[in-house]
Design a protein around this ligand. Sequence first.
Ligand code: LRH
Length: 473
Amino acid sequence: MLGRLVNGTLSLTEIHRFPNDRVQAGGGVYWDILRLYHEIKLGIGKALREEPGILSLGIDSWAVDYGLIGPDGELLGNPYHYRDSRTDGCMEELGDLLGKDTIFGLTGIQFLPFNTIYQLYAARKTDSSSLKQASKLLMIPDLLRYFLTGEMKSEFTNASTTQLLNPASGEWELKLLEAIGLPASLFLPPVQPGTPAGTLQASVAEELGVPPLPVIAVAEHDTASAVAAVPAESEEFAYLSCGTWSLMGTELNRPVLTPQALEWNFTNEGGVNGTFRLLKNIMGLWLIQECRSAWEKEGDSRSFAELVQAAAQAKPFRSLIDPDHRMFIHPAHMPKQIQSFCRETGQPVPESKEEIIRCVMESLALQYRSVLQRTEELSGRSFNGLHMVGGGIHNTVLCQYTANAIGRPVWAGPAEGSAIGNAAVQLISLGKISGIQEARDIIRRSFPVDTYLPEEPAVWEEAYRRFAETIIN
Ligand code: LRH
């Protein structure tokens, strides 16, 4: 994405888009990291041909995954995908060993079975040879940036998602590293988002025929970049970053480490400008994406949007699922898994594809209401509406259901939240924008926001009562 700030207006042009598929090989699930790097290089070349005046570059990506670097600077093996099943059971095991309250107290991070800490614990347990050889661990955007620049740096927002960083000190938590038997030397001291992180190294610049462009360590966790792009006027706002995952919460100046936050499994991930993102992961559009990919294999070529529109015509509120149930993290066949959930909970089993998608969207919207209320309780704030950002806002049916479920307006936009937040942090770092509040003002002026007002309050209230009684834990 190419960002341009002209006369106080920010615009974004899509330069190069490529798929990022998970790859199964030899019993593992991986990212095709060199393919991603290759596509990124193609994108940089194209961008500079379109706009030779580009000032800098930044990378953000999903969280928790990493690559290991050997003593000679080479990548040791393919980074695992967080949906790989080698971590199954590790979170519970380490939780029993160290105490969940201890881990939460030291990190403020929610318990997700694929957090980096459990991935590393799994690797230690299987005596992973790459881990034994590794001299440095780099999170995915750190790794891609290292390929580009030849410099290794660890960025704070993404580092926080490992569940190995102490939010008070902003440093790696030695007690946890010791507990899983890893040397502190594996980890680099985290730098704040906006830190200059070198330039394209000579070999890359030559290969692409471009100048040695400066690279900035932006808020490299995509969700941190998306939150940076929320076009909020007030400092107290609620957001839902909606994509493969739904991340809902608020931005605070200090982490919430209370027993209630632990019980509700909220997280305090690092944000821009010394903030913390009090939020919760909700399974999100993954549920629909996976249904679609299962049906595609069975010959149904309908697009995501077509399925969603068809679902809007199905009968409402027949069955509800807990979208965050563990059984939905990496099932072999998502539609069958959703049907199993309904069967096992004594509800009507959705049979048609439309019924399945409708059930997912309604359940997601109801879960958003629950998480929004809990965000209010934990933060002591109250929100008069919800900012939705990310590609998920193209799902207008879900946006409307969300407004219905929360009984408050939804302000949807911008869709390219992560890319815009990424550009904003670069502009701050370059001194073109004074800080995050000005960035948000610019974003609010520059990109359209659609408002959804709540409809059918009684029906949704009744559905939420059912959801709260049977699903929420
Ligand atoms: C969203 C996201 C989310 C993480 C998950 C692994 O893309 O970064 O914030 O929990 O991916």
